[in-house]
Design a protein around this ligand. Sequence first.
Ligand code: 5GP
Ligand code: ZN
Length: 112
Amino acid sequence: MPECLFCAIVAGRLPATIVYQDEAVTAFQDINPVAPTHILVVPNRHIATLNDLDDAELAGRLLMTCQRVAREAGIVDAGYRVVNNVGSQGGQHVYHIHLHVLGGRRLAWPPG
Ligand code: 5GP
Ligand code: ZN
């Protein structure tokens, strides 16, 4: 079994630009940004999708980390978006749960 991409980033086995890390969560720059700010926030332990998340404290830490990295990126006042794609129809490609923090430009709604 190939190792999970985001587990490898969390563990430092795969390079990434990490912008925040603590004992529970890691935030890093998306390799293919779709907005001037595009940061991914992940739990350090492997959880495949939102359907598998059963830890309310960790959920809160993930969300609060989105706020933190958005503030550090200077986009909190202009506004930004937090996205979690779930499963194939939701557009999820990496099956280690991640929140996208997107900002730095006006974002269209609804998404495609
Ligand atoms: P999803 O489509 O699963 O919601 O989002 C996966 C995201 O992971 C995409 O935005 C993609 O650009 C990003 N990504 C995929 N592989 C890598 C990688 O190796 N490093 C980083 N930093 N981001 C990645
Ligand atoms: Zn993983």
